[in-house]
Design a binder for this molecule. Structure first.
Ligand SMILES: Nc1ncnc2c1ncn2[C@@H]1O[C@H](COP(=O)(O)OP(=O)(O)OP(=O)(O)O)[C@@H](O)[C@H]1O
Ligand SMILES: [Mg+2]
Length: 257
């Protein structure tokens, strides 16, 4: 069954056709990568699906229900969560408190209750479980601002995960980290997502990462879907290689180092 379906979705910014008639289906438990050059419309598409932006036209269906006009909290409640291209953390709070805030917000409680998390055994235990799943237990009591970039990216994903989504959008979870850290971050994310049966759509520029982890790849270009298919099909798509890498063929995807 389709977990998510967009039908002729459009979002223009003046003359810029950021999302231009996108009809996309995401099946339950898929791990999908959304790729495309800078400005292709990837983040805008996720913003429209997660209700940070209203579409100009088109529809968003989730589990068959029309959620085009649903608010952010209504979509979180339905089971859609996302992380951000630029991490969205409470820098002055500890790693643990960031996670407890996400759990409280899922429960509809207000932020100033965070201080009580230490007294709320269930929330505290859940937060520690989440930190363990994301390899952040050792950083439990450090302030978010003091974490390394890779840890900050993982914490941002952990906060979205703590909302208990069925569909998780991750906007460039490995951007700004070293190649070695990328592998660790992706192994961690893939293990949590696959282990919990969550459907994931990840925006990613590093094609080594994309080919390694995806069940399916969707390529955007100038607001539209240019191609979609298995990693093998996309690897052998010369048009995609040209657009992603400005190169002339599939060899463009071969590692040079
Ligand atoms: N709030 C906005 N106002 C005006 N134009 C915008 C806005 N947000 C995005 N755009 C434009 O819409 C287009 C798509 O942007 P978007 O951020 O969705 O691309 P992207 O594929 O996520 O790119 P990147 O890989 O660089 O993150 C770009 O031309 C961008 O400049
Ligand atoms: Mg983007």
């Amino acid at each position: 069954m389709n977990l998510l379906e967009t039908i002729n979705l459009k979002k223009y910014f003046g003359e810029t056709h950021a999302v231009d008639n996108v009809s996309l289906k995401i099946v339950e438990r898929e791990f999908v990568s959304l790729v495309g050059p800078n400005g292709a419309g990837k983040t805008t598409l996720v913003n429209v699906v997660s209700a940070l932006l209203r579409p100009d036209s088109g529809k968003v269906l989730f589990k068959g229900d029309d959620i085009t006009h649903a608010s952010v909290p209504e979509r979180v409640e339905a089971g859609i969560a996302r992380s951000f291209q630029i991490v969205n953390l409470f820098d002055d709070l500890t790693t643990f408190d960031n996670v407890t805030l996400a759990i409280f917000s899922r429960q509809g409680k207000t932020r100033n209750l965070a201080a009580l998390a230490h007294l709320d055994h269930e929330v505290s235990a859940e937060a520690d479980t989440v930190l363990g799943q994301f390899n952040l237990s050792g950083k439990r009591n450090e302030r978010a601002r003091d974490l390394a970039q890779g840890e900050r990216k993982l914490l941002d994903v952990a906060l979205a995960y703590a909302l208990k989504p069925r569909l998780l959008f991750l906007d460039e979870p490995t951007s700004g980290v070293s190649t070695r850290d990328k592998g660790q971050i992706m192994d961690t994310i893939a293990s949590v997502v696959r282990g919990e049966g969550i459907t994931a759509v990840i925006i990613e520029h590093d094609m080594d990462v994309v080919f390694k982890y995806s069940d399916r790849i969707v390529v955007m270009h100038q607001g539209a879907i240019l191609a979609q298919g298995t990693p093998d099909a996309i690897r052998n798509n010369e048009q995609v290689a040209m657009i992603l890498l400005g190169s002339s063929g599939p060899d463009a995807f071969t590692r040079k180092d």
